[in-house]
Design a protein around this ligand. Structure first.
Ligand code: 5GP
Length: 199
């Protein structure tokens, strides 16, 4: 009997390396990666429909009002949201879906899907976080400071997550998340239909 895919949510401060870890996860395992909608300006190298769907505020608001988003949040002055259709479709196909979203959105999803898996990815410490944000060179100093402050605020949400993964190396972090997902797939609550094999 085919079962619904699991919903895995990866959050963590900007500069925690979420994007790189998620990329590794998608390559390693057969996860479906949800592409978010945003009103943020594309960074150099970002591709429409691959990294994000880039919309103006009006279009984003229309999507929101037409109930096309599973969740949405404002983060450092821009809107971000998860298109509903893709996630629902992939889960129905039995695929595990990954969302890389910030904390407010993650908690909205938890209310809708109580069995989703919330993973918080953190860099080893704040110095490393600042180093990673500065080194990636995609933001100006003011934006970096704003994101650093938001990172400190986001740490308050850690107790509401199911798992904390420290991102020392991308490979180890991705491996840890795969192990979490594997263990979650074996939870008795996700396998109640096993009884049918013994009738
Ligand atoms: P960035 O501008 O660095 O790409 O993303 C800023 C923050 O928004 C990150 O924490 C990222 O995970 C989060 N984010 C990306 N897409 C979504 C989304 O669809 N919903 C929510 N709530 N957050 C998102």
């Amino acid at each position: 009997m085919k079962r619904e895919g699991m919903l895995v949510i990866i959050s963590g401060p900007s500069g925690s390396g979420k994007g790189t870890v998620v990329k590794e996860l998608v390559q390693k395992e057969n996860f479906a990666l949800s592409v978010s909608a945003t009103t943020r300006t594309p960074r150099t190298g970002e591709i429409e429909g691959v990294h994000y769907y880039f919309y103006d505020k009006e279009t984003f608001e229309k999507m929101k009002n037409q109930n096309e988003l599973l969740e949405w949040a404002e983060f450092c002055g821009n809107y971000y949201g998860t298109p509903k259709k893709y996630v629902e479709q992939k889960m129905a196909e039995g695929k595990n879906v990954i969302l890389e979203i910030e904390v407010q959105g993650a908690l909205q999803i938890k209310k809708l899907y109580s069995d989703c898996i919330l993973v918080f990815l953190v860099p080893p410490d704040i110095k490393e976080l600042e180093k990673r944000l500065t080194q990636r060179g995609t933001e100006d100093k003011q934006t970096i400071n704003r994101r650093m402050n938001r990172a400190i605020e986001e740490m308050e949400f850690v107790p509401q997550y199911d798992y904390i993964v420290i991102n020392d190396t991308v490979e180890a972090a991705a491996e840890a998340i795969c192990a979490i997902v594997k263990a979650e797939s074996m939870k008795s609550s996700r396998n109640i239909n096993i009884k049918q094999n013994f009738i």
